[in-house]
Design a binder for this molecule. Structure first.
Ligand code: NAD
Ligand code: DAU
Length: 339
Protein backbone atom coordinates (compact mmCIF):
# COMPACT_ATOMS: atom_id res chain seq x y z
CA UNK A 1 0.00 0.00 0.00
CA UNK A 2 1.40 3.39 -1.02
CA UNK A 3 -0.17 6.54 0.40
CA UNK A 4 0.64 10.07 -0.76
CA UNK A 5 0.12 12.48 2.13
CA UNK A 6 0.03 16.08 0.91
CA UNK A 7 0.79 18.84 3.42
CA UNK A 8 2.59 16.31 5.63
CA UNK A 9 5.16 18.85 6.84
CA UNK A 10 2.39 20.81 8.58
CA UNK A 11 0.63 20.25 11.89
CA UNK A 12 -1.96 17.53 11.31
CA UNK A 13 -0.28 15.96 8.26
CA UNK A 14 2.94 15.29 10.17
CA UNK A 15 1.04 13.74 13.09
CA UNK A 16 -0.81 11.58 10.55
CA UNK A 17 2.47 10.41 8.99
CA UNK A 18 3.85 9.43 12.44
CA UNK A 19 0.63 7.55 13.20
CA UNK A 20 0.61 5.66 9.89
CA UNK A 21 4.31 4.70 9.85
CA UNK A 22 3.98 3.36 13.39
CA UNK A 23 0.72 1.48 12.87
CA UNK A 24 1.41 0.09 9.38
CA UNK A 25 5.12 -0.83 9.15
CA UNK A 26 4.62 -2.28 5.65
CA UNK A 27 2.96 0.81 4.12
CA UNK A 28 4.93 3.26 1.99
CA UNK A 29 4.19 6.87 2.95
CA UNK A 30 5.15 9.61 0.51
CA UNK A 31 4.87 13.19 1.74
CA UNK A 32 4.32 15.88 -0.90
CA UNK A 33 4.66 19.37 0.55
CA UNK A 34 5.49 22.81 -0.84
CA UNK A 35 7.10 23.85 2.46
CA UNK A 36 5.26 27.14 2.76
CA UNK A 37 5.78 29.23 5.93
CA UNK A 38 3.64 26.57 7.68
CA UNK A 39 5.61 23.54 6.50
CA UNK A 40 8.68 22.53 8.40
CA UNK A 41 11.03 19.77 7.33
CA UNK A 42 12.53 19.53 10.83
CA UNK A 43 9.11 18.31 11.99
CA UNK A 44 9.67 15.15 9.92
CA UNK A 45 13.26 14.58 11.14
CA UNK A 46 12.32 11.50 13.19
CA UNK A 47 11.03 9.62 10.11
CA UNK A 48 13.46 10.98 7.52
CA UNK A 49 15.54 7.78 7.58
CA UNK A 50 12.61 5.37 7.66
CA UNK A 51 12.93 3.24 4.49
CA UNK A 52 9.14 3.37 3.99
CA UNK A 53 9.10 7.16 3.93
CA UNK A 54 9.85 9.61 1.14
CA UNK A 55 9.64 13.40 1.14
CA UNK A 56 9.05 15.35 -2.08
CA UNK A 57 9.02 19.15 -2.16
CA UNK A 58 6.31 20.20 -4.61
CA UNK A 59 3.22 22.36 -4.97
CA UNK A 60 -0.14 20.57 -5.31
CA UNK A 61 -1.00 23.19 -7.97
CA UNK A 62 2.01 22.12 -10.09
CA UNK A 63 0.36 19.65 -12.47
CA UNK A 64 3.63 18.41 -13.97
CA UNK A 65 5.22 17.71 -10.59
CA UNK A 66 2.07 16.03 -9.28
CA UNK A 67 1.69 13.81 -12.36
CA UNK A 68 5.40 12.89 -12.22
CA UNK A 69 5.03 11.76 -8.61
CA UNK A 70 1.95 9.67 -9.45
CA UNK A 71 3.88 8.02 -12.29
CA UNK A 72 6.80 7.24 -10.00
CA UNK A 73 4.87 6.05 -6.96
CA UNK A 74 1.64 4.59 -8.37
CA UNK A 75 -0.19 5.47 -5.14
CA UNK A 76 -3.20 3.56 -3.83
CA UNK A 77 -4.50 6.36 -1.61
CA UNK A 78 -4.15 10.14 -1.48
CA UNK A 79 -4.82 12.02 1.73
CA UNK A 80 -4.94 15.75 1.06
CA UNK A 81 -3.96 17.89 4.05
CA UNK A 82 -2.18 20.52 1.92
CA UNK A 83 -3.87 23.87 2.39
CA UNK A 84 -3.51 27.42 3.48
CA UNK A 85 -5.11 26.93 6.88
CA UNK A 86 -5.15 30.20 8.84
CA UNK A 87 -8.38 32.23 8.84
CA UNK A 88 -6.64 35.52 9.76
CA UNK A 89 -4.23 35.20 6.82
CA UNK A 90 -7.16 34.49 4.48
CA UNK A 91 -8.75 37.77 5.55
CA UNK A 92 -5.51 39.61 4.68
CA UNK A 93 -4.88 37.84 1.37
CA UNK A 94 -7.53 35.47 -0.03
CA UNK A 95 -5.78 34.74 -3.33
CA UNK A 96 -3.35 32.02 -2.26
CA UNK A 97 -6.24 30.29 -0.42
CA UNK A 98 -8.17 30.02 -3.67
CA UNK A 99 -5.09 28.79 -5.55
CA UNK A 100 -4.00 26.08 -3.13
CA UNK A 101 -7.24 25.03 -1.50
CA UNK A 102 -9.43 24.91 -4.62
CA UNK A 103 -7.19 24.60 -7.67
CA UNK A 104 -4.65 22.40 -5.87
CA UNK A 105 -7.43 20.00 -4.86
CA UNK A 106 -8.64 19.84 -8.48
CA UNK A 107 -5.10 19.14 -9.74
CA UNK A 108 -4.66 16.28 -7.28
CA UNK A 109 -7.99 14.76 -8.30
CA UNK A 110 -7.13 15.11 -12.00
CA UNK A 111 -3.99 13.08 -11.29
CA UNK A 112 -6.14 10.50 -9.48
CA UNK A 113 -8.41 10.22 -12.52
CA UNK A 114 -5.48 9.96 -14.94
CA UNK A 115 -3.49 7.34 -13.05
CA UNK A 116 -6.26 5.58 -11.08
CA UNK A 117 -6.34 5.24 -7.29
CA UNK A 118 -8.30 3.30 -4.67
CA UNK A 119 -9.21 6.36 -2.63
CA UNK A 120 -8.90 10.15 -2.60
CA UNK A 121 -9.48 11.56 0.89
CA UNK A 122 -10.10 15.26 1.40
CA UNK A 123 -9.27 16.66 4.84
CA UNK A 124 -11.90 19.33 5.30
CA UNK A 125 -13.15 21.38 8.24
CA UNK A 126 -16.24 22.09 10.32
CA UNK A 127 -15.85 25.74 9.24
CA UNK A 128 -17.65 24.90 5.97
CA UNK A 129 -20.90 24.88 7.99
CA UNK A 130 -20.45 28.48 9.19
CA UNK A 131 -21.27 29.05 12.84
CA UNK A 132 -23.94 28.38 15.46
CA UNK A 133 -25.47 30.87 17.92
CA UNK A 134 -24.25 30.83 21.53
CA UNK A 135 -27.81 30.71 22.91
CA UNK A 136 -28.70 27.43 21.13
CA UNK A 137 -26.49 24.78 22.80
CA UNK A 138 -28.90 22.16 21.43
CA UNK A 139 -27.68 22.77 17.84
CA UNK A 140 -24.79 20.83 16.27
CA UNK A 141 -23.30 20.48 12.78
CA UNK A 142 -24.36 17.24 11.11
CA UNK A 143 -23.30 16.09 7.64
CA UNK A 144 -26.67 17.44 6.41
CA UNK A 145 -26.09 20.98 7.72
CA UNK A 146 -25.99 23.34 4.70
CA UNK A 147 -22.62 24.84 3.75
CA UNK A 148 -22.66 28.47 4.88
CA UNK A 149 -19.17 29.91 5.06
CA UNK A 150 -17.85 33.09 6.68
CA UNK A 151 -14.18 33.62 5.72
CA UNK A 152 -12.20 33.32 2.49
CA UNK A 153 -10.52 30.31 4.13
CA UNK A 154 -13.75 28.46 4.90
CA UNK A 155 -15.18 29.41 1.51
CA UNK A 156 -12.15 27.93 -0.24
CA UNK A 157 -12.47 24.72 1.78
CA UNK A 158 -16.21 24.48 1.01
CA UNK A 159 -15.47 25.04 -2.69
CA UNK A 160 -12.97 22.20 -2.58
CA UNK A 161 -15.52 19.92 -0.87
CA UNK A 162 -18.05 20.64 -3.63
CA UNK A 163 -15.44 19.83 -6.28
CA UNK A 164 -14.58 16.56 -4.52
CA UNK A 165 -18.24 15.53 -4.50
CA UNK A 166 -18.57 16.61 -8.14
CA UNK A 167 -15.61 14.39 -9.14
CA UNK A 168 -17.34 11.52 -7.35
CA UNK A 169 -20.66 12.02 -9.10
CA UNK A 170 -19.35 13.00 -12.53
CA UNK A 171 -16.26 10.80 -12.89
CA UNK A 172 -16.95 8.15 -10.25
CA UNK A 173 -13.71 9.05 -8.43
CA UNK A 174 -13.64 7.07 -5.14
CA UNK A 175 -13.60 9.94 -2.66
CA UNK A 176 -14.28 10.50 1.03
CA UNK A 177 -14.33 13.75 3.02
CA UNK A 178 -13.78 14.37 6.73
CA UNK A 179 -14.87 17.63 8.38
CA UNK A 180 -13.11 18.01 11.69
CA UNK A 181 -13.32 20.54 14.50
CA UNK A 182 -10.33 22.47 15.95
CA UNK A 183 -7.26 20.31 16.55
CA UNK A 184 -4.53 20.88 19.14
CA UNK A 185 -1.32 19.02 20.01
CA UNK A 186 2.39 18.80 19.06
CA UNK A 187 3.72 20.70 16.02
CA UNK A 188 0.78 23.15 15.94
CA UNK A 189 2.04 26.31 14.23
CA UNK A 190 2.31 29.17 16.78
CA UNK A 191 0.01 31.51 14.84
CA UNK A 192 -3.02 29.49 16.05
CA UNK A 193 -4.76 30.15 19.39
CA UNK A 194 -3.36 27.41 21.67
CA UNK A 195 0.32 27.37 20.59
CA UNK A 196 0.37 31.18 20.27
CA UNK A 197 -0.88 31.58 23.85
CA UNK A 198 1.59 28.98 25.15
CA UNK A 199 4.54 30.62 23.36
CA UNK A 200 3.55 34.16 24.39
CA UNK A 201 2.90 33.14 28.00
CA UNK A 202 6.29 31.41 28.21
CA UNK A 203 7.89 34.63 26.93
CA UNK A 204 5.77 36.79 29.30
CA UNK A 205 4.23 38.56 26.29
CA UNK A 206 0.61 39.81 26.08
CA UNK A 207 -2.02 37.17 25.27
CA UNK A 208 -4.18 38.74 22.51
CA UNK A 209 -7.79 37.58 22.90
CA UNK A 210 -10.11 38.65 20.06
CA UNK A 211 -13.30 40.50 21.08
CA UNK A 212 -14.55 39.32 24.46
CA UNK A 213 -13.11 35.80 24.16
CA UNK A 214 -16.63 34.35 24.19
CA UNK A 215 -16.33 32.47 20.89
CA UNK A 216 -16.63 28.73 21.28
CA UNK A 217 -14.52 26.08 19.56
CA UNK A 218 -14.84 22.28 19.78
CA UNK A 219 -11.29 21.01 20.54
CA UNK A 220 -9.95 17.61 19.53
CA UNK A 221 -6.51 16.15 20.24
CA UNK A 222 -4.71 15.77 16.90
CA UNK A 223 -4.04 12.02 17.32
CA UNK A 224 -7.79 11.39 17.54
CA UNK A 225 -8.28 13.19 14.23
CA UNK A 226 -5.51 11.08 12.64
CA UNK A 227 -7.17 7.89 13.89
CA UNK A 228 -10.48 9.02 12.40
CA UNK A 229 -8.89 9.57 8.97
CA UNK A 230 -7.13 6.18 9.22
CA UNK A 231 -10.56 4.55 9.82
CA UNK A 232 -12.23 6.47 6.98
CA UNK A 233 -9.62 5.62 4.34
CA UNK A 234 -9.77 1.92 5.28
CA UNK A 235 -13.46 1.43 6.15
CA UNK A 236 -15.32 4.58 5.10
CA UNK A 237 -17.91 4.46 2.34
CA UNK A 238 -16.97 6.05 -0.98
CA UNK A 239 -18.83 9.31 -1.70
CA UNK A 240 -19.52 9.97 1.99
CA UNK A 241 -18.76 12.89 4.29
CA UNK A 242 -17.83 12.21 7.94
CA UNK A 243 -17.92 14.85 10.68
CA UNK A 244 -15.18 14.46 13.30
CA UNK A 245 -15.34 16.10 16.74
CA UNK A 246 -15.25 15.20 20.40
CA UNK A 247 -18.01 17.27 22.04
CA UNK A 248 -15.44 19.38 23.79
CA UNK A 249 -16.71 22.94 23.47
CA UNK A 250 -14.81 25.69 25.23
CA UNK A 251 -14.78 29.49 25.14
CA UNK A 252 -11.49 30.98 23.97
CA UNK A 253 -11.09 32.87 27.24
CA UNK A 254 -11.44 29.62 29.24
CA UNK A 255 -8.62 28.08 27.20
CA UNK A 256 -6.34 31.11 27.66
CA UNK A 257 -6.97 31.20 31.43
CA UNK A 258 -6.29 27.46 31.64
CA UNK A 259 -2.95 27.91 29.83
CA UNK A 260 -2.00 30.70 32.27
CA UNK A 261 -2.86 28.41 35.19
CA UNK A 262 -0.91 25.42 33.84
CA UNK A 263 2.15 27.59 33.19
CA UNK A 264 1.90 29.53 36.45
CA UNK A 265 1.55 32.82 34.55
CA UNK A 266 -0.66 35.77 35.68
CA UNK A 267 -3.99 36.41 33.92
CA UNK A 268 -2.89 40.05 33.72
CA UNK A 269 -1.05 39.00 30.53
CA UNK A 270 -4.46 38.67 28.83
CA UNK A 271 -5.12 41.60 26.48
CA UNK A 272 -8.45 42.02 24.70
CA UNK A 273 -7.83 43.15 21.12
CA UNK A 274 -9.93 44.03 18.06
CA UNK A 275 -12.15 41.17 16.96
CA UNK A 276 -11.55 39.06 13.84
CA UNK A 277 -13.67 40.28 10.91
CA UNK A 278 -16.68 37.99 10.36
CA UNK A 279 -15.66 36.00 13.47
CA UNK A 280 -17.58 32.71 13.74
CA UNK A 281 -19.29 32.44 17.14
CA UNK A 282 -19.56 28.74 17.87
CA UNK A 283 -18.52 25.48 16.24
CA UNK A 284 -19.96 22.18 17.51
CA UNK A 285 -19.77 18.85 15.70
CA UNK A 286 -22.23 15.98 15.93
CA UNK A 287 -19.94 12.96 15.42
CA UNK A 288 -22.74 10.33 15.54
CA UNK A 289 -22.17 9.12 11.98
CA UNK A 290 -18.47 8.26 12.31
CA UNK A 291 -19.19 6.72 15.72
CA UNK A 292 -22.12 4.59 14.53
CA UNK A 293 -20.71 3.60 11.12
CA UNK A 294 -16.99 3.24 11.88
CA UNK A 295 -16.81 2.91 15.67
CA UNK A 296 -14.68 6.04 16.13
CA UNK A 297 -14.57 7.77 19.49
CA UNK A 298 -12.09 10.35 20.76
CA UNK A 299 -9.62 8.84 23.23
CA UNK A 300 -7.84 11.86 24.72
CA UNK A 301 -9.74 14.01 27.21
CA UNK A 302 -9.04 17.74 26.93
CA UNK A 303 -7.68 17.91 30.50
CA UNK A 304 -4.99 15.35 29.57
CA UNK A 305 -4.43 16.55 25.98
CA UNK A 306 -3.73 20.14 26.99
CA UNK A 307 -1.22 18.99 29.64
CA UNK A 308 0.54 16.77 27.06
CA UNK A 309 0.55 19.67 24.58
CA UNK A 310 2.00 22.17 27.05
CA UNK A 311 4.64 19.61 28.07
CA UNK A 312 5.54 19.15 24.39
CA UNK A 313 5.99 22.92 23.87
CA UNK A 314 8.15 23.09 27.02
CA UNK A 315 10.33 20.20 25.83
CA UNK A 316 10.55 21.36 22.20
CA UNK A 317 11.33 25.04 22.60
CA UNK A 318 13.80 24.97 19.74
CA UNK A 319 11.09 23.92 17.27
CA UNK A 320 8.80 26.88 17.96
CA UNK A 321 11.48 29.40 18.90
CA UNK A 322 13.07 28.92 15.48
CA UNK A 323 9.69 29.63 13.88
CA UNK A 324 8.92 32.75 15.89
CA UNK A 325 12.39 34.18 15.35
CA UNK A 326 12.13 34.26 11.55
CA UNK A 327 9.56 35.57 9.05
CA UNK A 328 6.88 35.02 11.71
CA UNK A 329 8.06 38.19 13.46
CA UNK A 330 6.97 40.37 10.52
CA UNK A 331 3.65 38.53 10.42
CA UNK A 332 3.10 39.07 14.14
CA UNK A 333 3.97 42.76 13.92
CA UNK A 334 1.59 43.21 10.97
CA UNK A 335 -1.34 41.31 12.50
CA UNK A 336 -1.06 42.37 16.12
CA UNK A 337 0.95 45.65 16.01
CA UNK A 338 -2.06 47.97 15.83
CA UNK A 339 -4.83 45.57 16.77
P1 NAD B 1 -0.85 23.67 8.44
O1 NAD B 1 -1.00 25.07 7.97
O2 NAD B 1 -0.16 23.40 9.73
O3 NAD B 1 -0.09 22.81 7.32
C1 NAD B 1 -0.36 22.92 5.97
C2 NAD B 1 0.73 22.20 5.19
O4 NAD B 1 0.40 22.25 3.80
C3 NAD B 1 2.13 22.83 5.33
O5 NAD B 1 3.09 21.83 5.52
C4 NAD B 1 2.32 23.55 4.01
O6 NAD B 1 3.69 23.64 3.62
C5 NAD B 1 1.54 22.64 3.06
N1 NAD B 1 1.10 23.36 1.86
C6 NAD B 1 0.47 24.56 1.78
N2 NAD B 1 0.24 24.89 0.49
C7 NAD B 1 0.71 23.86 -0.26
C8 NAD B 1 0.74 23.60 -1.66
N3 NAD B 1 0.26 24.48 -2.53
N4 NAD B 1 1.29 22.44 -2.09
C9 NAD B 1 1.80 21.55 -1.20
N5 NAD B 1 1.81 21.75 0.14
C10 NAD B 1 1.26 22.89 0.60
O7 NAD B 1 -2.33 23.08 8.44
P2 NAD B 1 -3.02 22.04 9.44
O8 NAD B 1 -3.55 22.77 10.60
O9 NAD B 1 -2.11 20.88 9.62
O10 NAD B 1 -4.26 21.60 8.54
C11 NAD B 1 -4.16 20.55 7.60
C12 NAD B 1 -5.49 20.37 6.92
O11 NAD B 1 -6.50 20.08 7.87
C13 NAD B 1 -5.96 21.60 6.15
O12 NAD B 1 -6.55 21.16 4.95
C14 NAD B 1 -7.00 22.22 7.07
O13 NAD B 1 -7.97 22.90 6.31
C15 NAD B 1 -7.58 21.00 7.74
N6 NAD B 1 -8.11 21.18 9.10
C16 NAD B 1 -7.36 21.77 10.08
C17 NAD B 1 -7.87 21.85 11.38
C18 NAD B 1 -7.07 22.48 12.49
O14 NAD B 1 -7.59 22.65 13.59
N7 NAD B 1 -5.79 22.80 12.30
C19 NAD B 1 -9.14 21.34 11.66
C20 NAD B 1 -9.89 20.76 10.62
C21 NAD B 1 -9.36 20.67 9.36
O1 DAU C 1 -12.51 24.45 13.13
C1 DAU C 1 -11.46 23.98 12.36
C2 DAU C 1 -10.53 25.12 12.02
O2 DAU C 1 -9.85 25.46 13.21
C3 DAU C 1 -9.55 24.77 10.90
O3 DAU C 1 -10.25 24.55 9.73
C4 DAU C 1 -8.52 25.89 10.72
O4 DAU C 1 -7.54 25.50 9.77
C5 DAU C 1 -7.85 26.17 12.04
O5 DAU C 1 -6.94 27.24 11.92
C6 DAU C 1 -8.90 26.49 13.12
O6 DAU C 1 -9.55 27.76 12.83
P1 DAU C 1 -9.90 28.81 13.99
O7 DAU C 1 -10.07 30.13 13.38
O8 DAU C 1 -10.99 28.29 14.86
O9 DAU C 1 -8.52 28.70 14.84
P2 DAU C 1 -7.57 29.80 15.48
O10 DAU C 1 -6.57 29.07 16.31
O11 DAU C 1 -7.07 30.77 14.48
O12 DAU C 1 -8.55 30.60 16.44
C7 DAU C 1 -9.29 29.90 17.45
C8 DAU C 1 -10.15 30.95 18.18
O13 DAU C 1 -9.28 31.82 18.91
C9 DAU C 1 -10.94 31.83 17.24
O14 DAU C 1 -12.20 32.12 17.83
C10 DAU C 1 -10.12 33.12 17.15
C11 DAU C 1 -9.45 33.19 18.52
N1 DAU C 1 -8.11 33.82 18.54
C12 DAU C 1 -7.16 33.39 17.66
C13 DAU C 1 -5.90 33.95 17.63
C14 DAU C 1 -4.86 33.49 16.65
C15 DAU C 1 -7.83 34.82 19.47
O15 DAU C 1 -8.68 35.18 20.29
N2 DAU C 1 -6.57 35.37 19.45
C16 DAU C 1 -5.60 35.00 18.56
O16 DAU C 1 -4.48 35.59 18.59
Amino acid sequence: MTIIVTGGAGFIGSNFIFHMLKKYPDYRIVCLDKLTYAGNLSTLASVEKNKNFRFVKADICDRQAVYKLFEEEKPDIIVNFAAESHVDRSIENPDIFLQTNILGTATLMDACRKYGIKRYHQVSTDEVYGDLPLDRPDLFFTEQTPLHTSSPYSSSKASADLLVLAYYRTYGLPVTISRCSNNYGPYHFPEKLIPLMIANALNDKPLPVYGKGENVRDWLYVEDHCKAIDLIIHNGKVGEVYNVGGHNEMKNIEIVKLICKELGKPESLITYVADRKGHDMRYAIDPSKIHNDLGWLPETKFADGIKKTIKWYLENREWWETIISGEYRNYYEKMYGNR
